[in-house]
Design a protein around this ligand. Structure first.
Ligand code: AMP
Ligand code: MG
Length: 390
C-alpha cells in the first residue's frame, strides 16, 4: 500500500505523450498543440477601419468632400487629396493617403460635404497592419490547449492544419455478474450497471469523446480474454470492479497473466483503496474499484492526470483551491480522505453519504476535500484543500 503522493508520482513517470498527427483546425477543439505555430500573414493584413465613418488625412481642416466609398472587402486605390474623405465601414481597407477615421456619429453630411463635429485624434479608429500579430510572430506555443478562441485565431490567419498530440483510445471494461444494463428489467439480486456511462461522461469532460465499453462476467477466463483484446486495440484500459480481495475478483490475476506490469496496487486512502495501476509497453491500465463513488474519485484523482499527460497537457491534475471548512471533521482512519463536498466563494461543506457505494451527494458535489492521512481533526473554519471538478 502506498500514499497518494507516491501513486501520483508513479503515474506521472509512466504516462508518455501520444504520437503527433496533423489535423484540421476545424476539428481540433480540446487537442493540445505539439509544436509552436507562427503567423503566415499579418493580422490585420492591411490598415483596417475600426468604425463606420469617414477616412481622411488629419490636418487643420474639418470639412471634406466625400469622393468615394470603401466597403469591407474593397481595395480602394484612388488618390485621396487632403480636402477629400472616403465613406468607410468597419473592417474596410483604409486608403493609403488617409490616416484617420471619424465615426459617423461625430459627423454631419450634406450632399457630398462632410463636416466633422467632433475631431478625433490623428490615427484614430485605424487598426494598424499587423496590430494583432505580425507575420512570423508566435501565434500559439506548443502545449497550448485548443479552445474555440484558439480555433478562431488560427483560422483568421488562414491556418487550416496543426500538429497535435493524438487522443488516447480508451476502453472501459466493467466486470460483475450482478450488473444489468439500464432499460432492462431488474431481476432479484442484480443492480443496474452505472460505472460505464459515468466514466464515459467523465472522459468527455477532458475531451475524450469516443470510448468503447466492454462488459464481462466474473470469470477469470473471460476477463483475461477481454483484457488481451483491449490491450492490443486501445491505449488506455479503464476497468471497473473485480480488483478487490473477494473470491470472484479476477481482474488483477487476468492483468498479470496478460503481461501487464503492476506499478502499484492499493493506496492509503478512502474511498478508492483498491486501485491498481499497471502498464504494458506504453499501454496504461487503471483497474478502478467497482463501488461507484470510489471509481469516480480514482478517475478524477489518478486517471485524469495520466490521460492529460498522454494528450500533451502541461497542467494535468485537478486544479486545487483553498476554502474554510464549515464544520469540524474527524479523520481517525489514518488514510487520506477525498470527501464529496460543495464549495462556494468562501466556504466548503462536507456532504452527507460519504460511502464509496453512494452517488447521491456526489451528483450535487462540485469538489473533493482532501484530508491528508496525518490530519486527524479539523476545526470549523480550518483551511482545507478542495479539488474542484466538472
Ligand atoms: P467489486 O469491486 O467488483 O467488488 O464491486 C464493488 C461494488 O461495486 C459492488 O457492490 C458492485 O456491485 C458495485 N459495482 C461494480 N461494478 C459496478 C458497475 N459497473 N456499476 C455499478 N456498480 C458496480
Ligand atoms: Mg465485482
Amino acid at each position: 500500500m502506498i500514499q497518494v503522493a507516491e501513486a501520483l508520482k508513479i503515474i506521472g513517470e509512466n504516462s508518455v505523450q501520444m504520437s503527433i498527427s496533423k489535423i484540421k483546425v476545424s476539428k481540433s477543439l480540446g487537442y493540445v498543440l505539439a509544436e509552436a505555430v507562427y503567423a503566415p500573414i499579418n493580422m490585420p493584413p492591411f490598415r483596417q477601419s475600426a468604425m463606420d465613418g469617414y477616412a481622411f488625412t488629419h490636418s487643420e481642416l474639418a470639412q471634406f468632400e466625400v469622393v468615394s466609398t470603401s466597403q469591407a472587402g474593397d481595395f480602394l486605390e484612388d488618390k485621396i487629396q487632403k480636402n477629400q474623405a472616403v465613406r468607410i465601414f468597419t473592417g474596410a481597407f483604409v486608403p493609403d493617403d488617409t490616416d484617420t477615421v471619424v465615426m459617423q456619429e461625430h459627423t454631419r453630411v450634406t450632399d457630398n460635404l462632410l463636416q466633422i463635429e467632433k475631431m478625433p485624434l490623428p490615427g484614430a479608429n485605424v487598426r494598424a497592419k499587423g496590430e494583432q500579430i505580425k507575420k512570423g510572430e508566435l501565434v500559439l506555443d506548443a502545449n497550448t490547449v485548443i479552445t474555440p478562441a484558439a480555433i478562431g485565431f488560427l483560422a483568421c490567419l488562414g491556418i487550416t492544419k496543426i500538429k497535435v498530440y493524438e487522443k488516447p483510445k480508451v476502453a472501459i471494461l466493467v466486470t460483475g455478474n450482478e450488473l444489468v444494463s439500464a432499460g432492462k428489467k431488474l431481476p432479484k439480486g442484480k443492480i443496474y450497471e452505472s460505472n460505464s456511462v459515468m466514466l464515459e461522461a467523465a472522459l468527455k469532460t477532458i475531451g475524450i469523446k469516443k470510448t468503447t465499453v466492454f462488459k464481462v462476467k466474473d470469470s477469470l477466463k473471460k476477463t483475461k480474454m477481454v483484457i488481451e483484446s483491449c490491450l492490443s486495440n486501445f491505449d488506455v484500459v479503464l476497468i471497473s470492479g473485480g480488483i478487490s480481495v473477494g473470491d470472484y475478483d479476477y481482474v488483477k490475476e487476468a492483468l498479470l497473466k496478460n503481461g501487464v506490469t503492476e506499478l502499484f496496487y492499493k493506496i492509503n486512502q478512502k474511498p478508492g483503496k483498491p486501485l491498481f495501476f499497471g502498464r504494458k509497453e506504453n499501454k496504461l491500465v487503471f483497474a478502478l474499484p467497482g463501488n461507484p463513488a470510489s471509481s469516480l474519485t480514482c478517475f478524477y484523482v489518478y486517471a485524469i492526470p495520466a490521460l492529460k499527460k498522454l494528450m500533451g497537457f502541461e497542467a494535468v491534475h485537478l486544479p486545487e483551491t483553498k476554502r474554510k471548512i464549515n464544520t469540524a471533521f474527524k479523520n481517525t482512519s489514518g488514510k487520506t480522505l477525498f470527501l464529496k463536498a460543495l464549495y462556494d466563494d468562501e466556504k466548503v461543506t462536507v456532504l452527507e453519504s460519504q460511502s464509496s457505494a453512494m452517488l447521491n451527494t456526489f451528483s450535487i458535489a462540485n469538489g473533493l476535500i482532501v484530508v491528508p492521512e496525518n490530519v486527524t481533526a479539523l476545526e470549523a473554519n480550518d483551511e482545507v484543500t478542495v479539488l474542484p471538478f466538472n
